[in-house]
Design a binder for this molecule. Structure first.
Ligand code: NAD
Length: 499
């Protein structure tokens, strides 16, 4: 008997009104551990109706009191961190320490959102005209929806809802069907922290739930993170139904390795960035662009033994801590394996082959070991497409100029890094590269919560990034009030100008 994961509506668990379910696996064992309900029209309607009913009272709650709920929520997240991280590992597969890291990055957004009384102050100008003042209000939108991917089941929802809720909105989260448990536990903790019923809802489901949310007239805005084709679809649908959207998509992140880089440090940075979380990160480095054959040869020589020695296994409950867990599903494992097969067929040199890996601890789930390719060419599918697995491609170029031209011609532009000791080269790279997030000797340059996260090009649709000031702007709408308290108002027939 597997358990069924339902929804969380109006401050309580809610069993689905239908029978459609999707299997949830423990990817380290390959076993089905539970089933998640897929929302019906009635579930969606109830979720949106209760969120709408809660939104007026929550919007009228003072920012200070909204912030106090978030302070309590942060304390609860910290108290239950081990439990939450274990939940992530059991359904996603990433190793426990990595799951703790994910949670920490999410908690940082809660900390940012606790500052909402300051962040939502708006602007004020005295005397924009004689006796006239002007001020702006940043008012909540009402009910907003978030649709999130499998690879960060806690952190990505936390990029969204702490800011949305802090701004006075109700939030309906549609998590990934692959790892839905942690979202439900987060909802329980929000209730425990004192969040009024209906302000945070978890609606589990698939495309039907997503489409219903986007089309519903009571949903004002949609935040999405996932693959590029779906991000584009969400953005187009949101535009069609007249609501604002931010839709973050896929990635192919390059790290440029200059000939003067500290090669040992660079290799260590690459190991974590390419193979951490089995490459299932939108900021994973999947391409190393070596400038000059000397740098490329040194990279390959030093990476090879390390990739072969990766400890691969169950991310929970080992005596020895693993460095890499399994992929999320068998379907995804087959897809990643297919890319490795294709890379070989296309003529790239497979230096380390992780297919059919024997795990360090004998685990037998959806595993692939680290894969390393040399001599990858820009025309290959291996180079062009997002693989989302532990596969690192080394591309050789002659100059920094070539590296910039190569990276600027890729369709994805989420993150990138340059490793060098040359400040001038790093500065030139940061200024000229057409990518949203840039690291200088930092392999995974994920901006902190008080900055904003987002790529360029086909890695994002919409003008506003996640969290930071952009998050506050996304979840509020500006109203500008121009006021005077006249003593003797005269009729004016010309266009009003300030005198
Ligand atoms: P996905 O696009 O398959 O799913 C994301 C969400 O969309 C899920 O909630 C899913 O239920 C829903 N969905 C899937 N198909 C849909 C459809 N046809 N119509 C409507 N909704 C649909 O993505 P995933 O496999 O869960 O996550 C991996 C992807 O997410 C990768 O491409 C990765 O790069 C990307 N990602 C991007 C960022 C970023 O910040 N840019 C962050 C994390 C993940």
């Amino acid at each position: 008997m597997t358990t069924t994961i339902g929804h969380y509506i109006n401050g309580q668990h809610h069993a689905s009104s239908g029978t459609a379910r999707s299997d949830v696996f423990n990817p380290a064992t390959g076993d089905v551990t539970s089933q998640v309900s897929l929302a019906t029209a009635a579930d969606c309607e109830l979720a949106i109706a209760t969120a709408t009913a809660a939104s007026t009272g929550w919007a009228a709650t003072t920012p200070l009191n909204r912030s106090r709920v978030l302070f309590k929520f942060k304390a609860l997240l910290e108290k239950h961190a081990d439990e939450l991280a274990a939940m992530i590992t059991r359904e996603h597969g990433k190793v426990f320490s990595d799951a703790m890291g994910e949670l920490t990055r999410g908690i940082e957004v809660v900390e940012f959102a606790c500052g909402i009384p300051h962040l939502q102050k708006g602007e004020h100008s005295s005397d924009v005209g004689r006796g006239v003042d002007s001020y702006s209000l940043m008012q909540p939108l009402g009910v907003v929806a978030g649709i999130t991917p499998f690879n960060f089941p806690a952190m990505v929802p936390m990029w969204m809802f702490p800011v949305a809720i802090a701004c006075g909105n109700s939030f309906v989260l549609k998590p990934s069907e692959r790892d839905p448990s942690v979202a439900i536990r987060i909802a329980e903790l929000l209730t425990e922290a004192g969040l009024p019923d209906g302000v945070f809802t978890v609606l589990n489901g698939d495309k039907f739930a997503v489409d219903t949310l986007i089309q519903h007239p009571d949903i004002s805005a949609v935040s999405f993170v996932g693959s590029t084709p779906i991000a584009q679809y969400i953005y187009e649908q949101a535009a069609k139904y007249g609501k604002r959207a931010q839709a973050l998509g896929g990635a192919k992140n390059h790290m440029v390795v200059m000939p003067d880089a500290d090669i040992d440090g660079t290799v260590n940075a690459l190991m974590g960035a390419a193979y951490g979380s089995a490459g299932e990160r939108c900021m994973a480095i999947s391409v190393a662009v070596a400038v000059g054959d000397e740098a490329a040869d040194a990279l390959i020589a030093k990476l090879t033994p390390k990739v072969k020695a990766l400890r691969v296994g169950n991310g929970l409950g080992n005596d020895v801590e693993m460095e890499m867990g399994p992929l999320v599903t068998k379907t995804h494992l087959d897809k990643v394996t297919g890319y490795v097969d294709q890379g070989v067929a296309e003529g790239a040199t497979l230096v380390v082959d992780g297919r059919g890996v024997e795990t360090t601890d004998g685990s037998n789930g959806f595993f692939i070991g680290g894969c390393l390719f040399d001599n990858v060419k820009p025309g290959m599918r291996l180079y062009q497409e997002e693989i989302f697995g532990p596969v690192l491609a080394v591309v050789r170029v002659d100059t920094l100029e070539d590296a910039i031209a190569l990276i600027n011609s890729h369709e994805y532009a989420n993150g990138t890094a340059i490793f060098t000791r040359d400040g001038g080269a790093a500065r030139q790279y940061a200024n000229r590269i057409h990518v949203g997030m840039v690291g200088i000797n930092v392999p995974i340059p994920v901006p902190m919560a008080f900055h904003s996260f987002g790529g360029w090009k086909r890695s994002i649709f919409g003008p506003l990034n996640m969290h930071g000031q952009d998050g506050v702007r996304f979840y509020t709408r500006m109203k500008t009030v121009t006021a005077r308290w006249p003593e003797n108002l005269q009729a004016e027939f010309t266009m009003p100008t300030m005198k």
